[in-house]
Design a protein around this ligand. Structure first.
Ligand code: 9D3
Length: 249
């Protein structure tokens, strides 16, 4: 997947470019990040990338021209790199709330252009003419679109073959199943009087699988009951949950 980032702070993306599984995927050219800085498109007559909002009020608004020039450059670049299907996304507090289903939908594109706003946001006319989709990462306020874009890129790349080690496959992820993850334990078997559940030491993989499923169901029931509302449980799952409620509640 080829990502283009429209941002006045491209250095922020060093944190995904150089670390962990994503860092390795970029090094190995499984994915690539290209930057288009609106500041590079400010001509002498147009000195600023931001200005005061028409109508008054606090804060500044990013001007349309440098943004649009940067987006055009990004499109051109993706065309040159033989991107077949791309989408232009504006990361914004007004956007569609992101979830795993939206991440899955975006996997159909081989190119994504992320527009990252700063200040109060970008000129509305830039959205009208250049943006296919607006995405928010949740109903809380952050200072710009860069961190939200990085979160989305991370979520997308986990599903691209070769990015994760096979053993931590994205298919096993919580939310993909619609349930929270089960608890995890490692050595020591006993720590300060706290023991690892006996079943995990038994070597009985059928039992372990059932226990983990039951714990996933139980934790989802206790911590995120909203997730269970939109999930149809099988007979076995429903039985495991009822049993857990009887024993733990
Ligand atoms: C006063 C109204 N605020 C809008 C909620 C102003 C404002 C706050 C933060 C305008 C822009 C921003 C910058 N935020 C983002 O660019 C952003 C964001 C977010 O703040 N929350 C959740 N998702 C996203 S995606 C981009």
């Amino acid at each position: 997947m080829i990502f283009n980032i429209i941002s006045i702070f491209p250095e922020m993306f060093d944190s995904i470019l150089h670390y962990g599984v994503l860092g390795r995927a970029f090094t190995n050219d499984i994915c690539s990040l290209n930057f288009n800085n609106p500041r590079d498109f400010v001509s002498d007559s147009y000195k600023r990338i931001d200005d005061k909002p028409f109508g008054g009020g606090p804060g500044m608004v990013m001007k349309i021209a440098p943004l649009e020039d940067a987006i055009k450059m990004a499109l051109q670049q993706q065309q040159t790199l033989d991107v077949k299907k791309n989408i232009r996304i504006y990361m914004s507090p007004q956007g569609k709330p992101c979830n795993q289903a939206l991440v899955s939908e975006l996997l159909q594109y081989d190119g994504i252009i992320f527009v990252c706003g700063r200040y109060e946001g970008i000129d509305e006319r830039c959205i009208e003419r250049n943006i296919d989709l607006e995405i928010s990462i949740g109903d809380f306020v952050v200072s710009g679109g860069e961190l939200p874009a990085m979160m989305l890129i991370d979520a997308l790349m986990r599903h691209i073959p070769g990015v994760l080690h096979d053993k931590d496959s994205a298919q096993a992820d919580s939310f993909v199943s619609g349930l929270l993850d089960h608890p995890h334990y490692t050595i020591p078997r006993e720590y300060d009087g706290m023991n690892v559940p006996e079943v995990l030491l038994s070597g009985n993989h059928e039992q372990i699988k059932l226990w983990r499923l039951q714990m996933s169901l139980w934790h989802t029931y206790k911590k995120r009951p909203d997730l269970l509302q939109s999930k149809q449980l099988t007979k076995i799952e429903s039985g495991l949950l009822q049993d857990a409620i009887k024993r733990f509640e």
